[in-house]
Design a protein around this ligand. Structure first.
Ligand SMILES: [Zn+2]
Length: 89
């Protein structure tokens, strides 16, 4: 089927041919749709600010939880074992 023949087929017929898409659309929750809309260029500025804030909070928590230090070693070790094995010791 070529490009033009696809254009000539009514939308309802096309949907009937590919029920998967229609089902997916019906199943998709509104929250997901809203989240997808946030990716639209119009909302980009607002969204990017929210995302950077969320990333900062998340990464800050992660770093706090997963770094082991010892003595004057500048390396943030990923585990207490790695800190014990460190050659800067
Ligand atoms: Zn070390």
């Amino acid at each position: 089927m070529g490009f033009f023949s696809r254009l000539l087929v009514p939308r309802s017929v096309r949907r009937a041919m590919h029920p998967g898409r229609a089902v997916k659309r019906a199943v998709t929750p509104k929250a997901v749709k809203k989240a997808r809309r946030a990716l639209h260029p119009v909302d980009n500025a607002k969204y990017s600010v929210q995302r950077s804030v969320a990333t900062t909070i998340r990464s800050g928590r992660k770093r706090k939880a997963r770094a082991w230090h010892h003595g004057s070693c500048p390396i943030s070790h990923r585990s207490p074992e790695a800190a014990a094995r460190c050659r800067n010791r």
